[in-house]
Design a protein around this ligand. Structure first.
Ligand code: 8ID
Ligand code: ZN
Length: 357
């Protein structure tokens, strides 16, 4: 099978962290003969917009990104070429696959051998250290692209490649049991609204959703949260969260907000033995946990970074069973700047997915 591959494409380019996003129509497409072994060329159907893309666009993380940069790491599309001399590819030309944050890793180091490949020292990050999915074609890596279950549309699947896999893995290692309470600050956002569904439908947890505004409240309650707290209206967040979670506080807190304030009181409201799942990534903030209570309450502080190849497949399988659905607005690539503005102002409910066709 071979496909007609154009020489140029539409792409959204971050030229510098202060310049406006530049949408180009004539960005070169890497041609099949230019692919290295292990690389593949994917024609994208669509791509989700993650808050991480906004961090990359602003350059507010302590990890430098490439510049100029094509962001995006929640892409779904079809493989149209595979680099010559690629050995034992687990995917084929014509397969529909997803591009996640972890574009590639060495697969040989201790972290890769242990399934912590996202922390590989040689990790390549889609839309950060290598160009990502805000373009019609993307070059990715056969070992790391994720097969998409046939009964999910590309739009439905896209945000599971980052938001979905991230919250799924955080909950998987949360040390919770079915029937436990989890509080989710950031519950109305991209990661958070999927976390509400994985927590209730896959892990049997009871959810206290924390975010702000009527639309996010309605969404969280519809998706299965039992309790809602508006962090802007609460006068005593610690008391409100404890009360909502049966009086003793939640067994876990999955913080998916892109703000440090959401972390501030977690050790105070968590139940003894509880887990703080550190997921939201404000660039320069510290977790201000009191040492005394962290020890005396035996609190687990667990940093959780996206997921490995297996986590991605599991997260998508659960979505394919209908247990988690992305609440999304479909927009064109040209809307990217306004999507970032909405994210900054907190007005994006669920996710925005950009159509690339
Ligand atoms: O691997 C990881 N750990 C990982 C993977 C993917 C994304 C981490 N992230 C990070 C992103 O880089 C970002 O910092 O998670 C954060 C959230 O990403 P997102 O879900 O894509 O962002 P969003 O859609 O803008 O949702 C954030 C929500 O947080 C709420 C906002 O209202 C919004 O709904 N929020 C904020 I900002 N402050 C809050 C607070 N104090 C809050 N909710 C409760 N309390
Ligand atoms: Zn992401």
């Amino acid at each position: 099978m071979s496909y007609n591959i154009p020489k140029t494409q539409k792409a959204a380019i971050v030229e510098s962290h202060d310049a406006p996003i530049h949408i180009k129509d004539d960005h070169p497409v890497r041609q099949p003969e230019e692919l290295a072994p292990g690389e593949c060329l994917i024609k994208l159907d669509c791509t989700g917009v993650c808050h991480t893309d906004l961090h990359a666009r602003k350059g507010d993380w302590p990890l430098p990104s490439k510049l100029p940069l094509i962001g995006g790491h929640e892409g779904v599309g079809k493989i149209v070429a595979i680099g010559a001399h690629t050995v034992s590819s687990p995917v084929n030309i014509g397969d529909r696959v997803g591009i996640k944050w972890l574009a590639d890793s060495c697969l040989q180091c201790e972290q890769c051998r242990k399934g912590l490949e996202q922390s590989c020292a040689k990790a390549k990050l889609s839309g950060y250290t290598v160009d990502g999915t805000f373009s019609q074609y993307v070059v990715s890596y056969v070992s790391h692209v994720t097969p998409i279950p046939p009964n999910l549309s590309s739009e439905e699947a896209a945000s599971f490649l980052c938001a979905g896999v991230t919250v799924y893995r955080a909950l998987k290692y949360s040390k919770t049991n079915p029937g436990d309470w989890v509080v989710i600050p950031g519950a109305g956002g991209g990661l958070g609204h999927l976390a509400v569904q994985y927590a209730t439908n896959a892990f049997g947890l009871r959810v206290v959703a924390v975010d702000t505004g009527e639309e996010k409240k309605k969404l969280c309650l519809e998706l299965g949260a039992e309790k809602w707290i508006d962090f802007r209206e609460s006068k005593d967040l610690v008391k409100d969260i404890k009360d909502a979670a049966g009086g003793d506080g939640p067994h876990a807190a999955l913080v998916s907000a892109a703000s440090s304030s959401a972390y501030e009181q977690a050790v105070d409201y968590l139940r003894p033995g509880g887990s703080l799942l550190v997921v939201g990534l404000p660039g320069k903030a510290q977790i201000g946990a009191p040492i005394f209570w962290t020890v005396v309450k035996s609190i687990n502080i667990i940093g959780s970074y996206v997921g490995n190849r297996q986590d991605a497949r599991e997260a998508l399988e659960i979505a394919a069973l209908g247990k988690a659905k992305c609440y999304l607005a479909l927009k064109p690539l040209s809307a990217l700047s306004e999507v970032y503005e909405g994210m900054e102002q907190g007005t994006v409910v669920g996710r925005v997915v950009l159509s690339m066709t």
